[in-house]
Design a protein around this ligand. Structure first.
Ligand code: ZN
Length: 530
């Protein structure tokens, strides 16, 4: 049976840019647009030309892409002609393949927000679609508040969609702008729309305010819609947009959709999905969500011994899809509760070949248990586990020694104002060479980190792409006997992430251990010579 084409539209750079704390530079936008295009997204909506200088310069020149570069903007203002609306003129001049207009399809908004009439709004839609088509652009209309609008006044909501379609818009996109519509309502309303406008011209734009944006997108597809709008990692204001990183693998790997639809993302590119998701987090300087479906670090993690031994024999026993398909990996957690099969599974993943009856496996397991009893957490710190395993099996080169470090925090006051200064000094011995590094930092751990990584002699080139992406501190067992556990997450130029752990009654010492493990892990990974 021939499969039907289903189109993906990404709005990470427009709707996603509305997220609190997200501020894309022009370089970020160009890099993300390239990444989305490479992934196989059909439409990349890169911004709103005229709304801010970055979006305006994005569309000021031609940005060649495989897919369809889309500019977003409003239909002509009420009471003006298309040629007499500077906003619309700027949008029409933008160097884009497609234009996505937004128009109000809820009569309540037309009256209250726009203070105009329904007829004028419909005329604005028709005029704008016509003007963009005359410019040779592919045109679509985002029907804002479509579902709330449809519930209040189906006749007007449908008239908006129909006006765009009749004028030749390629797509009419039904938006759940407030994000409160439920899947059964979406399915029913999209079904009604598809009786009037063919489903291969209908799109869905869902927000996640009831945590059902992905489910709503699939409900719309079941009802006939053939374009899904969403963002990477579900970025977007409030609770976010529909998460394409969850939608894409579901479309590719679940037979109900895979047998029915083709999308622009190839099997090969699907393998890069975890990387794409983590790269975006990287650019936003956020730690990736460990529990994200498909791509999270814990998405295919198993903890208990019985599950682990079953998973090794037959992965399908506890996995709904194979993690490699989306570029993730199976992770059998090494923890206090785990048995020998977990350790063996981790050793296999790391690539350390040992006989399953090797007595060192039992020694390693005992060591993990002893260390976890005093506060280490190896299930979160995969890189520290790997180093421990490699050390016990005798394969970590001695790269360097830190023979001394000193961290000083001082408060200086003058005329009632005070500042806190932190400096660190580190002595590193590499072979016969002694290096002394000093650095200032915004706190003791930062100063120590900067000093440690300032000059590592012949190893410096291996760690130049290393950066710390997350730092977490937890105080264990409370009181004056408290022990501090530090988890440090690092990343490198290849986009790989790893976590290391340190434990000590002293937070600086715990941080130092985790920092050292991170650097040594990176040297091992890069194949640095001893
Ligand atoms: Zn939106």
């Amino acid at each position: 049976m021939a499969r039907e084409r289903l189109y993906l539209f990404d709005t990470t750079l427009r709707d996603g840019a509305q997220t609190n704390g997200v501020d894309f530079t022009l370089a970020d936008k160009l890099a993300i647009a390239r990444m989305l295009d490479d992934l196989g997204i059909d439409y990349v909506e890169a911004g709103y030309p005229g709304a801010n200088p970055i979006d305006t310069s994005f569309f000021a020149e031609r940005r060649p892409m495989r897919g369809c570069l889309t500019a977003f903007g409003m239909t002509r203002r009420p009471g003006r002609s298309a040629s007499n609306d500077p906003g619309l003129v700027a949008l029409l001049d933008a160097q884009a393949d497609a234009i996505c207009f937004v128009a109000k399809s809820w009569d309540y908004h037309v009256r209250v927000a726009l203070e105009t009439t329904e007829d004028e709004m419909l005329a604005s839609i028709r005029d704008s679609v016509r003007a963009a088509k005359a410019k040779g652009r592919e045109v679509m209309l985002d029907c804002e508040h479509f579902f709330d609008g449809y519930k209040a006044n189906p006749k007007y909501a449908l008239a908006c969609a129909k006006a765009a379609y009749d004028e030749g818009a390629r797509w009419v996109v039904l938006c759940d702008t407030n994000g409160g519509t439920l899947p059964h309502e979406v399915e029913q309303i999209v079904g009604a729309v598809c009786k009037i406008i063919p489903g291969d011209h209908v799109g869905i734009h869902a927000h996640n305010d009831t945590e059902q944006a992905v489910a709503n997108s699939f409900a719309a597809v079941r009802a006939g819609a053939r374009q899904i709008q969403g963002t990477l990692n579900g970025l977007g204001e409030r609770c976010g947009n529909a998460n394409l990183v969850s939608i894409i693998p579901t479309l590719k790997l679940k037979p109900e959709y895979a047998q029915k639809f083709d999308i622009g993302v190839s099997d090969d590119k699907l393998n890069s999905l975890a990387h794409v998701s983590h790269t975006l987090d990287e650019m936003l300087n956020r730690a990736p969500d460990r529990h994200a479906p498909y791509v999270g670090e814990s998405a295919f993690a198993t903890k208990t011994g019985i599950h682990a031994s079953a998973i090794l024999k037959e992965p399908a026993t506890y996995e709904h899809v194979s993690p490699e398909r989306v570029g993730n990996r199976r992770k059998v957690l090494v923890s206090d509760q785990s048995g020998r099969s977990n350790v063996l599974a981790e050793l296999e993943r790391i690539g350390l070949r040992v006989d399953k009856d090797d007595p060192r496996v039992v020694r390693l397991l005992d060591e993990v248990k002893n260390r976890e009893a005093i506060g280490y957490a190896y299930e979160a710190a995969d890189a520290s586990f790997e180093l421990l395993a490699r050390r016990m099996l005798g394969t970590v080169p001695k790269f360097f020694d830190v023979s001394y470090f000193d961290v000083k925090v001082e408060q200086r006051g003058q005329n009632g104002s005070t500042e806190v200064l932190t400096t660190a000094v580190v002595k590193v011995k590499i072979g016969d060479e002694m290096l002394i590094n000093a650095a200032e930092g915004n706190g003791p751990v930062n100063a120590l980190d900067v000093a440690l990584r300032k000059d590592l002699g012949k190893y410096q080139k291996y760690i130049s792409g290393l950066k710390l992406t997350d730092y977490r501190v937890r105080i264990l067992n409370g009181g004056t006997e408290a022990v501090t556990r530090v988890l440090i997450e690092s990343a490198d130029e290849d986009g790989e992430h790893w976590t290391t752990v340190g434990v000590s009654p002293n937070i600086i010492d715990a941080s130092f251990q985790a920092l050292m493990d991170s650097i040594i892990y990176k040297l091992v990974k890069s194949g640095a010579p001893a």
